[in-house]
Design a protein around this ligand. Structure first.
Ligand SMILES: Nc1ncnc2c1ncn2[C@@H]1O[C@H](COP(=O)(O)OP(=O)(O)OP(=O)(O)O)[C@@H](O)[C@H]1O
Ligand SMILES: [Mg+2]
Length: 256
């Protein structure tokens, strides 16, 4: 495995009115690694991810993917370049069957629309269906592939969204709290699945509050607090960093 930087966030600032959601954020994501971003509620984690996928324009700074500046590109253009993401709130097609949900990102790729592509050849549809079935098996949803997505539990919707990302075989996968709303058993299944993807070499950025998930998966951790990176390092280094303890204790104190 090389130490290639796949994604580089450089000096990013973002304000929402008077609130500095991100300030001077610098981040390098290395090929094949799982990089966790942790931090208290409201730290700016989702904002950072949204900047990376083109949903939010930074006030300053740039995002470089595979040597190309992607700041200013649309979310669709960025997705086409090979970045897939699982959002904090699952974005699925509730009225479609699970299998159709997973086929959609592949069949709709060419024309850029996100509608089921009626003109894809039958052979192509057959191939994609087979691929989608394998992936639904991987995420543990194969038994309900003909079910309508709206009927899934919140945790299963997250797994479906993950399947919709995996079918694209992205170069970089961004996950915003992939285990939120899951019971412990489902969380463990998701950890195993993400470990399996890692062994296939996929680069991942994972935002997560559940430290069991973070420490099971992360090679490297960046800690955000009030929009700034306050610490970075291996899980061991971050765990013992006094600034990190303080950021989390501060949050606990506020909740009391
Ligand atoms: N579109 C927006 N308009 C105004 N303020 C926003 C917007 N999006 C986020 N914020 C604010 O920016 C700050 C960072 O929010 P963000 O959602 O990035 O935090 P987070 O670290 O993902 O938190 P959580 O762990 O709760 O998901 C918060 O104070 C939030 O209220
Ligand atoms: Mg968030």
């Amino acid at each position: 495995m090389t130490d290639n930087v796949v994604l580089h966030v450089s000096d990013v600032d973002k304000r929402f009115g008077g609130l500095q959601a991100l300030g001077d954020v610098d981040l390098s994501i290395k090929e094949g690694k799982t990089h966790a971003i942790i931090g208290p509620n409201g730290a700016g984690k989702s904002t950072l991810l949204n900047v990376c996928v083109g949903r939010i324009k930074p006030d300053r700074g740039a995002v470089v993917f595979d040597g190309e500046v992607i700041t200013g590109k649309t979310p669709h253009e960025i997705n086409q370049l090979g970045i897939a993401r699982v959002f904090q709130t699952p974005e699925i097609f509730p009225d479609l069957e699970l299998i159709e949900n997973v086929m959609m990102p592949v069949l709709s790729k060419r024309d850029g629309s996100f509608k089921f592509a009626p003109f894809a050849s039958l052979r192509k549809q057959g191939e994609v269906r087979e691929q989608a079935e394998h992936i639904l098996e991987d995420v543990g949803l194969a038994a309900s592939m003909d079910t309508i997505a709206a009927s899934l539990s919140r945790g299963d919707k997250r797994r479906l969204e993950l399947a919709m990302c995996l079918v694209q075989n992205p170069r970089l996968l961004l996950l915003d709290e992939p285990t939120a709303g899951m019971a412990r058993h489902d969380t463990n299944t998701t950890i195993e699945l993400l470990q399996k993807i890692k062994s296939r070499g996929m680069t991942k950025v994972i935002i997560e509050h559940d430290m069991h998930v973070v420490f099971s998966l992360a090679d490297y951790i960046s800690v955000l607090a009030q929009g700034r990176i306050i610490a970075e390092g291996t899980p061991e280094e971050v765990k013992n960093n006094p600034k990190v303890k303080e950021a989390y204790l501060g949050e606990a104190a506020e909740e009391e």
